[in-house]
Ligand binder design. Structure first.
Ligand SMILES: Nc1nc2c(c(=O)[nH]1)N[C@H]1C(S)=C(S)[C@@H](COP(=O)(O)OP(=O)(O)OC[C@H]3O[C@@H](n4cnc5c(=O)[nH]c(N)nc54)[C@H](O)[C@@H]3O)O[C@H]1N2
Ligand SMILES: Nc1nc2c(c(=O)[nH]1)N[C@H]1C(S)=C(S)[C@@H](COP(=O)(O)OP(=O)(O)OC[C@H]3O[C@@H](n4cnc5c(=O)[nH]c(N)nc54)[C@H](O)[C@@H]3O)O[C@H]1N2
Ligand code: SF4
Ligand SMILES: [Mo]
Length: 867
């Protein structure tokens, strides 16, 4: 076993697989993967094809953010077609994918509806009438319009939005000079991100940094998290299941991977914070929680006033520090100050405290401050006071979960020292930030943070890719050109400073010029009608713009509103080095299938499109990012981008690795060449916060978020997270024809990327799920058509119903991306995509304060349609 293999997280019982020569030549040994599916046939097939003269190319799937490792097998010397390219999983890749979407890559490549040439709108916006034009015409016209808009209103009048391609957009926005790059996160991960930031501090907020140790968990609780997504997680979880690990889904509907042996706890949407509080309460009452961990590694023993503000040295002595917090010694009753050791940037690097001192968790009394006597108590006292309200009985009334189930679940969770997933998609009810904060907080009570099998901290792969570096107002391009950046703070940050990607905060700018006009919108790889809550508002925003450009491969509905649609290449056709998401170890990988777009398709890389527009606006701005001459064709692009920008950035990374440890870079480079991926850093357990503090004000995990209390931009977020009824939609009347529709994804249903494919036709579920109890009351049977009317906006739609006890009574379920497609340009054989509803039609678009996350859940009235 090499040094490298020793550090992987494969359980010791797993047979090891040699992973030396997968891509270069014939694979060496084979073995059955213990992590989910057997790899023997995959390796055997790769070997067989290689023997027949096929070549293997590594591919990082981009059908969702997981970026799983795939292999593209290509028959040498023949034109690319469905029968000469096979997409397979990369057998030992740390994010081992190959879900239905990744498997559909080649279907998408020459899909009959793939956009082949630049399109210019000829009808009204929304009509979907276009003519094909040349690249030169499209780029010239767009550049002229952007230039005119920038001259009249400034560069900030150009706004860009995307799902996965914010990085691409920065290649245009930064040298052009607009700060308005507003991604999709308000419909996706912004609430779970802020939930983590409140509890662990800013450097732990991003996706994939905090993860359950899926492979080693003994009891995994998934609150509104399906894991049909990031399919690698499912194969990792298999290791835990094989050892008898329990898996519990807390969800209004039973998700697809509600595997045999796992448990489904139906919960009323928007009540997760109450449920999690109640579990903690039962654990506390029954003495099942780890109070030692709470005392030592959270801010639970820190004294706070009745308004929750911490009492610091600054309150006690003139000129005292705000980062020294008052605690009480449990043995002597003495009041002492302790706090993090800070570096020059104010970030915690350690703890200035006596580790042997036992702190009083339950102290309450009077503290004399500079401003007089104040009543004070520990964070824990206040937390318990709130927590005590969530008795199983009271919580049952809020959540719809029987009190006995709450008690049993609490015992199971704490006795097995369970782990609760910190979540990904979190834009459900616009009271989500507090729910996600609680999903992290419950993990404090098992004392298993960063321990094997607990909620742990991942290590990154270290390769950031080529791009634009920022330092204050200076920007530096990939070839070293530096310029003064004039872009402003993006609009979403002005309205929702603790959030990310709230595009609706730019709508007043589009509609009323408030606070300044936005006149142009670039949409890169997204269908705004599935993405943005409140379709009517989106249409008004579209109507107000002078220029809309969409970059995509498929005719998504929002293209119908664009003035220009530009055909893009996708990951199968692009060359990239990148990290591996959702793995505990740090890894890097290569995606390089080198497949050209099909005959007759003039798709181009998104960054090329941006740089050519920029060059036509102002060659000097294009030169900032090293783009000094027109590139006319794909060969030219590959020379500039693949060999120039991307390979150069990779060579720099390898050189730095070699400089840090001789030979290390060479090892990584060789492994990436032979296997498509390489591990660059190993996860070591038991580090945070034991050896490295969190980046909260206290450096500890925070049970009451001092971050939320002291950072002005977090105003309105509860520092002590608890349940409240969402303001995003009207609560339905119980046992009537009114319901909340919850939505989400499933293995068989696809984000926009595969919405028009045959697997989606046959596997995708475009019906509305209804519990048998509700169906009987309303006289509805499976297959019946109903009219669905938004309670808050009166919008109507029709869909068929599936009567199933996989959704709880009083709640309906609809898959996020199947059905309700309204684009005008479908080929007749894809008309089925119109069936069903898109729940965003009924959504109010309400944003949670400070964070901006939207509620994609809605409330509706359902009426049977007589045949
Ligand atoms: N197959 C597939 N995989 C995907 C995607 C896809 O479109 N299809 N998209 C990718 C993207 S963009 C993301 S962000 C990730 C997301 O991946 P996950 O974070 O796992 O989210 P979803 O799969 O959307 O599952 C959300 C679940 O929450 C449930 N739910 C809705 N409201 C509530 C509530 O109030 N409380 C609770 N407890 N549950 C609730 C829904 O019923 C649903 O089962 O998946 C990625 N992978
Ligand atoms: N009701 C409901 N609504 C939801 C959700 C839900 O669960 N329920 N989930 C929400 C979530 S988590 C998210 S993230 C959003 C996602 O919604 P969107 O932001 O609309 O993203 P996708 O559906 O992933 O759209 C991807 C598009 O990118 C295109 N594409 C693929 N590769 C490339 C490329 O290389 N270049 C370009 N230019 N285009 C490319 C695809 O053809 C596809 O049209 O939807 C949200 N909406
Ligand atoms: S989970 Fe599926 S769609 Fe997402 S990256 Fe992996 S293979 Fe692709
Ligand atoms: Mo998402």
């Amino acid at each position: 076993m090499s040094e490298h293999e020793k550090t992987t997280i494969v359980p010791s019982s797993a047979p090891t697989i040699s992973r030396r020569t997968l891509i270069g030549g014939a694979a060496a040994a084979a073995g059955a993967g213990a992590l989910g599916f057997s790899m023997t046939p995959v390796r055997a097939e790769i070997e067989r094809l290689q023997a027949e003269g096929w070549e293997a190319k590594p591919l990082a799937c981009c059908m969702c953010g997981a970026r799983c490792g795939l292999i593209a097998m290509k028959k040498k010397g023949v034109p690319v077609s469905q029968s000469t390219v096979r997409i397979m999983p990369n057998p030992d890749h740390p994010q081992r994918g190959y879900c239905g979407r990744g498997a559909q890559t080649m279907w998408l490549w020459n899909h009959p509806m793939r956009i082949k040439k630049p399109l210019k709108r000829v009808g009204e916006r929304g009509e979907g009438k276009f003519e094909e034009i040349s690249w030169d015409q499209a780029l010239d016209e767009i550049a002229a319009k952007v230039k005119a808009i920038a001259t009249e209103y400034g560069e900030k009048a150009v706004c860009l939005t995307s799902h996965n391609f914010t990085g691409y957009q920065n290649w245009f926005a930064a040298p052009f000079g607009t700060g308005n790059v507003i991604n999709h996160s308000a419909t996706c991960n912004s609430a779970s991100t802020l939930g983590r930031r409140m509890i662990f501090g800013p450097s732990f907020s991003g996706l994939g940094l905090v993860e359950p140790d899926y492979a080693n968990a003994d009891y995994l609780m998934l609150v509104g998290r399906t894991v049909s997504c990031a399919i690698g997680v499912q194969s990792t979880m298999a290791a835990s299941r094989e050892r008898g690990g329990r898996i519990v889904f807390v969800d209004p509907r039973m998700p697809e991977p509600g595997f045999a042996g796992s448990e489904w706890i139906p919960i009323k949407p928007g009540t997760d914070a109450a449920f999690l509080h109640s579990l903690i309460l039962v654990g506390r009452r029954e003495g099942l929680v780890d109070l030692n961990w709470i005392e030592r590694w959270t801010n639970a023993a820190y004294l706070v006033r009745d308004d929750m503000m911490p009492i610091t040295e600054a309150d006690l002595v003139e000129g005292g520090s705000k980062r020294k917090f008052l605690v009480v010694d449990a043995t002597t009753g003495e009041k002492v100050l302790q706090g993090p050791i800070l570096n020059e940037k104010g970030a915690p690097t350690g703890f200035d405290e006596d580790p042997t001192r036992k702190l009083d968790l339950n102290w309450e009394g009077t503290v004399t401050t500079l401003k007089g006597d104040v009543h004070a108590q520990t964070v824990y006292v206040l937390f318990c006071r709130t927590n005590d309200k969530y008795t199983p009985e009271a919580t049952s009334a809020i959540t719809g979960i029987p009190a006995a189930t709450i008690e049993r679940t609490a015992r199971d969770f704490f006795m097995k020292k369970g782990v609760c997933d910190d979540g990904w998609y979190s834009s459900r009810n616009a009271n989500d930030v507090e729910c996600y904060a609680m999903m992290n907080i419950i993990n404090f009570f098992t004392g298993r943070m960063d321990h094997k099998g607990g909620l742990v901290f991942t290590v990154g792969g270290g390769f950031g890719g080529p791009g634009i570096k920022a330092a204050g107002k200076k920007r530096t391009g990939p070839t070293g050109v530096t310029w003064d950046y004039t872009g402003e703070k993006p609009l979403d940050k002005q309205y929702f400073p603790e959030g990310i990607g709230t595009l609706s905060s730019a709508f007043p700018a589009m509609l009323k010029g408030d606070p300044y006009p936005i006149k142009a919108l670039f949409m890169t790889g997204c269908d705004m009608f599935h993405r943005e809550a409140n379709s009517a508002r989106l249409i008004e925003a579209f109507k107000s713009l002078d220029l809309i450009v969409s970059q995509d491969l498929m005719p998504v509905e929002s293209n119908d509103w664009a003035d220009y649609v530009l055909p893009s290449t996708f990951f199968l056709e692009n060359h990239e080095y990148l990290g591996v998401n959702y793995a505990l170890n740090g890894n890097v990988q290569k995606s390089d299938a080198e497949i050209d777009p099909p005959e007759g398709c003039e798709a181009r890389h998104d960054i090329w499109q941006f740089l050519e527009i920029l060059r036509r606006i102002d060659p000097e701005k294009a030169a900032r990012v090293g783009y000094t001459e027109e590139i006319k064709d794909r060969a030219g692009w590959k020379a500039w981008w693949d060999k120039g920008i991307m390979d150069r950035a990779w060579a720099g990374f390898i050189a730095a690795k070699n400089a840090a440890k001789p030979g290390e870079g060479d090892r990584i480079a060789a492994e990436v060449e032979s296997e498509g991926w390489s591990q660059t850093a190993a996860k070591v357990y038991d580090q945070i916060p034991y050896k490295r503090p969190f980046t909260t004000p206290t450096g500890k995990a925070e049970l009451i978020s001092f971050y939320a209390l002291t950072v002005p931009s977090a105003k309105g977020i509860q520092p002590l997270p608890e349940h409240y009824t969402t303001k995003a939609y009207t609560q339905p009347k119980p046992r009537s024809n009114e319901f909340i529709i919850a939505s989400g994804k499933d293995g068989a249903t696809n984000a926009g990327t595969c919405i028009f494919t045959w697997p989606t036709k046959f596997l995708g579920d475009r019906t509305l799920w209804m519990n048998p109890v509700d169906a009987e009351r309303l006289g509805i049977e499976t297959g019946d058509t109903v009219e669905v009317e938004g309670i808050d906006n009166g919008v109507k739609g029709r869909t068929k119903v599936t009567v199933t006890n996989r959704v709880m009574p009083g709640v309906l379920f609809s898959h996020g991306f199947s059905g309700g497609v309204r684009t005008k340009v479908l080929l007749p054989e894809y008309e089925w995509a119109r069936e069903g509803i898109n729940t965003q039609w009924f959504a109010t678009g309400y944003n949670q304060v400070s964070c901006g996350n939207m509620a994609n859940n809605v409330s509706v009235r359902v009426t049977p349609v007589k045949a």
